[in-house]
Design a protein around this ligand. Structure first.
Ligand SMILES: NC(=O)c1ccc[n+]([C@@H]2O[C@H](COP(=O)([O-])OP(=O)(O)OC[C@H]3O[C@@H](n4cnc5c(N)ncnc54)[C@H](OP(=O)(O)O)[C@@H]3O)[C@@H](O)[C@H]2O)c1
Length: 171
């Protein structure tokens, strides 16, 4: 099972201006990429704040929401949604044993950090959108030391670039 982080960032490294902002500033090409890769994976992981900005389960995928307050998740009783507090290692082990093809780590910053710190991410897809926020929610906001190897770059449109990396094993 491939575990990958997928994010769109401003050119200065933020995933949003505020933690309740919708992802309405990203390009249609990035949204298409997100839909394709998450459908191929079949399973997505996100934090409760990110889920609140989407407000529903996305079609043809299972959404696993991290929350310590499951009762506060609106729409949490949908069959396509699971709410968990498992460690990333436990979740990845459980899904791999169930034969799931892939797991997309879909943010936000708290969940990207949780999975990056746990060392369970195999690949990273970063779309750099042509915008500067100056301040906001950073991609991680935690101290990390993770080496990457570039697999491919792809110009998604005239101004947005996809960087696709492999995570190198810890030395
Ligand atoms: N540009 C992009 O690609 C992209 C992608 C994703 C998100 N975003 C943006 O990121 C922002 C949200 O990011 P965020 O970092 O503020 O929040 P987040 O990571 O989406 O969610 C944080 C919540 O996750 C839960 N959580 C975190 N760690 C947990 C753990 N170990 N166990 C159980 N639950 C845990 C907690 O929920 P409870 O409070 O319910 O306990 C916490 O409040 C939004 O603006 C969103 O639009 C952007």
């Amino acid at each position: 099972m491939k575990v990958f982080l997928i994010a769109a960032i401003s050119a200065d490294g933020f995933i949003a201006k505020t933690s309740d902002q919708l992802a309405d500033w990203t390009s249609s090409e990035d949204k298409k990429l997100f839909t394709r890769l998450t459908k191929e994976a079949g399973y997505m992981v996100m934090g409760s704040r990110t889920f609140a900005t989407i407000g529903r389960a996305l079609p043809d995928r299972k959404t696993i929401i991290y929350s310590n307050h499951p009762e506060t998740i609106i729409g949490g009783d949908d069959d396509a949604i699971e709410i968990t507090q498992e460690s990333p290692a436990e979740l990845v082990k459980r899904l791999a044993a169930a034969g799931i093809p892939g797991l997309a780590i879909c943010g936000g910053a708290q969940i990207y950090s949780l999975f990056a710190e746990a060392g369970v991410i195999d690949e990273v897809y970063l779309t750099i959108e042509p915008i500067l926020f100056g301040s906001g929610v950073p991609l991680f906001g935690k101290d990390l030391d993770i080496a990457l190897e570039l697999i491919e770059t792809n110009q998604l449109n005239e101004h947005a670039i996809l960087l696709h990396y492999r995570v190198l094993p810890k030395q």
